[in-house]
Design a protein around this ligand. Sequence first.
Ligand SMILES: [Zn+2]
Length: 130
Amino acid sequence: MSKVQPESKCPCGSQNPYPSCCGRWHAGAVAPTAEALMRSRYSAFVLRNEPYLLASWHPSTRPESVSFEPDCVWLGLKVVEAKVLGADQAEVEFIARYRVGGGSAARLHERSRFVRDADHWRYLDGAQPG
Ligand SMILES: [Zn+2]
């Protein structure tokens, strides 16, 4: 797992320092919205924080483990739309940019579904929009 300097900007691109952004949720506080959880999962991919990714995955779709592409560098996150569909259901559409090895930058465009269970938002699954 990678460490972040306390004064560093959060990997999710919020422009806030990591400890007052996704760092709070990584440290155990409950992310209040699906969008906050989604951003924190992106940051967890950047930091290779497997325990957080697994804990924030819905048990019905959670994999056994998360494998990180060793050569993958995450370049940025843009949340396109966060939609609350009900008290316990939400969708977040985002574009994450990354580069693998010396290759050109690529985009992951996904609409993720989140469900809330006992106050905890969790990632359910995602699909390519359109
Ligand atoms: Zn953040």
